[in-house]
Design a protein around this ligand. Structure first.
Ligand code: C2E
Ligand code: MG
Ligand code: MG
Length: 685
């Protein structure tokens, strides 16, 4: 029992080894028993046959049926004696057995009386034994005798084989008599023992070889299986690790971060604690990549994780979300103040100089902080809030910014706006464009138009861009929105082109779009899809959007420019772009922000700024457009400054595509009047 219990807990191979050994031994024992029995039986039969053939061939021909009925005369007796001697010698040679020397011989007549015996005293005696009776009926009968029943003993004291052989003569229906022989069984037993020994040896040898071969086979298979299982386990571990970790840095990836945030949120909900997610984005990382090469960039990224880790606690998580974006999860944090302290520690750690392949690198980071449950109750929402705060930090160069719903969310229902916007993107007609012409200052020529997005929300009516564009900019939805605007604008451009009315159309791009490296490819695809030449598309980007990450934006802008798309700096004057950057950007138009244009006739500071902007634009070889031109006075002042184009309510409000089509048709037909058109002109939304 104990062995069985032990076996159950031991290795599979050992279990197989023991069980198969027991089975093999069992089979061996069974086979050996069956075969030994059959050997014994065969040996006895063989002994019987030796006797029968000796009697039939050697003795019987010497006897005459009358000998058995009338008795032997001395002469015949002598011949029988000699035949018996010969037969005994014959048996003695043994055939299959050594020394099968008969111990005694008797010849009975048909009445069961001994007519001859080598012990002459027995002659004349009568036997009533069953064996004799059976033999007289014609059966060969054999059996063992211990010598007591027949008073015949083996001189060596062993068992005797007693064989009764009927003596039959042709023409006689019944046996004429019976010959009884007592043979020593020892020679037969010796032959049996010899055969059984040989059999046992062969059987044991074969079973041992069989068992060894099977065990070896199974042991090999088991070893291979174990190796394969081990390899599979290692590869499964590796896959699990890869699915959860960033390949370059080995840090947890977004998936693992989400898991851990989920756990932290569950734990925090139980203890009414707070969880903080910090989104860390390196500033100007692209410059490093571009100027030093990707190997430097990669090495720097690899050094960031340990640097961040060095200022965190044991249970905090650092994850890499991609590119130069990292996230830190603080599963237990004591309010916003502590999260800010950690953010500042992080910034300080990252500001310490990095040594990458002997090059000293200074890195700055923008950090967005979001705190549960205030800024999100699930990992996605927390990350999104941290993301919005991080973009704010980048845009205003504030270092670390804590997500502030009242600032970052337009209106009380940012989530409602987002949901509605998603629905609008699904619908066909909630989102559409108005176009505002850009005209020469004398109002005679429409040189282009700006596409402005309009949203007619089924429940709330027209929603101004100022209410929904910033919300969309806080999430990835601005990318889809921009794609929709580009599609609508290019579709309209295609219609105008087909009618020979095409003027360049400008589309606004948000900072997020500029940081998206796939934008140029998507623009190229849309241009191809609509069959519009790139020269008819203009993209407007604000100064501050470009300045959030000059290197990355410049790269995207350059690739757009290479496509043949024209670029404008929008709202010029509101940001703090350096001359150096402005000179390097592949732009060809500068739009002076309407706040300065509106104020230029009343504020000398604004007037100076507009003059400076116009001069700067011209010096850089750019076309200068004044936005927000609302009256004749502005027009006069701008003319005096040599401004090239104007856009504003004075000339035309943003209008539906059909209205601009009408204007363009009039202009082509030469029937158009100079703008501003009459009061019945286009209506602003
Ligand atoms: P923006 O690109 O500077 O567009 C010009 C804005 O000035 C438009 O406001 C236009 O209606 C307004 N405007 C034009 N002339 C005058 C004027 O004489 N006086 C005054 N006071 N305003 C004038 P709108 O359409 O409300 O758009 C506001 C802003 O929303 C745009 O400023 C732009 O930044 C953003 N926006 C509009 N459409 C899109 C878009 O498709 N994508 C993105 N990313 N932003 C958009
Ligand atoms: Mg614009
Ligand atoms: Mg503008």
């Amino acid at each position: 029992m104990a062995l069985l219990r032990r076996l159950r807990t031991s290795s599979l191979l050992l279990r197989f080894g023991v069980l198969s050994l027991l089975l093999t031994l069992g089979v061996g024992a069974l086979l050996s028993t069956v075969l030994s029995r059959s050997i014994t039986e065969r040996a006895r039969e063989q002994a019987e046959w030796t006797v029968i053939s000796t009697v039939r061939l050697g003795l019987q021909p010497q006897l005459h049926p009358y000998d058995l009925t009338n008795g032997f005369d001395p002469d015949r007796l002598d011949r029988v004696q000699r035949a018996v001697r010969a037969a005994e010698d014959n048996l003695d040679e043994g055939g299959a057995f050594d020394d099968l020397d008969p111990v005694a011989l008797k010849i009975f007549d048909a009445d069961g009386e001994v007519v001859w015996a080598d012990d002459h005293r027995l002659i004349g005696q009568r036997s009533e034994s069953d064996e004799l009776a059976a033999a007289l009926r014609g059966h060969v009968v054999s059996g063992f005798t211990t010598g007591t029943d027949d008073a015949v003993e083996d001189p060596d004291g062993g068992r005797l084989l007693e064989v009764y052989v009927p003596i039959r003569y042709e023409g006689w229906p019944e046996p004429s008599g019976v010959m009884e022989l007592y043979l020593p069984y020892a020679p037969v037993e010796a032959a049996i023992a010899e055969d059984v020994r040989t059999l046992t040896l062969v059987l044991a040898g074969s079973l041992a070889v069989f068992y060894g071969a099977v065990f070896d086979l199974v042991a090999r298979a088991s070893r291979r299986l174990r190796r394969q299982t081990e390899a599979l386990r290692i590869s499964a571990d590796r896959n699990r690790h890869q699915a959860m970790h960033d390949a370059l840095t080995g840090l947890p990836n977004r998936v693992l971060l989400r898991d851990r945030t989920e756990q932290a949120l569950t734990a925090a909900a139980r203890s009414a604690g707070e969880v903080a997610v910090l989104l860390v984005d390196l500033d100007r990382f692209k410059e490093i990549n571009d100027t030093l090469g990707h190997s430097y960039g990669d090495e720097l990224i690899c050094q960031i994780g340990p640097r961040i880790r060095s200022v965190l606690r044991e249970g905090d998580t650092v994850a890499r979300l991609g590119g130069d974006e990292f996230a830190v999860l603080l599963p237990t944090v004591d309010g916003a103040a502590e999260a800010r302290v950690v953010a500042e520690r992080l910034r300080a750690a990252l500001h310490r100089r990095f040594a990458v392949q002997d090059v000293a690198l200074d890195v700055e980071a923008s950090i967005g902080i979001a705190l549960s449950p205030w800024h999100g109750t699930d990992p996605e929402e927390l990350l999104r809030s941290a993301d919005i705060a991080m973009y704010e930090a980048k845009e205003v160069k504030a270092g670390a910014v804590l997500f502030a719903p009242e600032v970052h969310v337009a209106g009380p229902s940012r989530l409602t706006v987002l949901g509605d916007l998603r629905a609008a993107l699904e619908s066909r007609d909630e989102l559409f464009l108005h176009f505002q012409p850009k005209v020469t200052l004398d109002g005679t020529r429409v040189e282009g138009a700006e596409a402005l997005l309009r949203w007619r929300q089924p429940d709330r009516g027209n929603v101004p861009p100022a209410e929904f564009v910033p919300v969309a900019e806080g999430t990835g939805i601005i990318i889809d929105l921009t794609e929709r605007v580009l599609g609508l604008a290019l579709g309209q451009l295609r219609e105008w082109s087909d009618e020979g009315l095409a003027v360049p159309v400008a589309v606004n791009l948000s900072a997020r779009c500029l940081l998206d490296a796939s934008l140029p490819d998507r623009v190229a695809r849309l241009l191809r899809a609509h069959g519009v030449p790139a020269g008819l598309l203009r993209l407007e980007v604000t100064e501050s959007a470009v300045m959030s990450d000059v290197a990355r934006c410049t790269d995207v802008l350059q690739r757009l420019h290479d496509l043949g798309v024209s670029l404008s700096i929008d709202d010029f004057g509101t940001g703090y772009s350096s001359m150096v950057h402005l000179r390097r950007l592949p732009v060809d138009e500068l739009k002076v922000d309407r706040s300065f244009v509106l104020g230029m006739t009343t504020s000398s500071a604004d007037a100076v700024l507009v003059r400076t902007a116009v001069d700067l634009g011209h010096n850089l070889g750019l076309t200068v457009v004044a936005e927000g031109v609302e009256d004749e006075e502005h027009v006069a002042a701008l003319r005096a400054l040599g401004c090239d184009l104007a856009q504003g309510y004075h000339f035309a409000r943003p209008m539906a595509a059909e209205a601009l089509t009408a204007l363009l048709r009039e202009a082509r037909a030469g029937t158009g009047r100079a703008l501003p058109v009459s009061a019945a002109g286009p209506v602003a939304v």
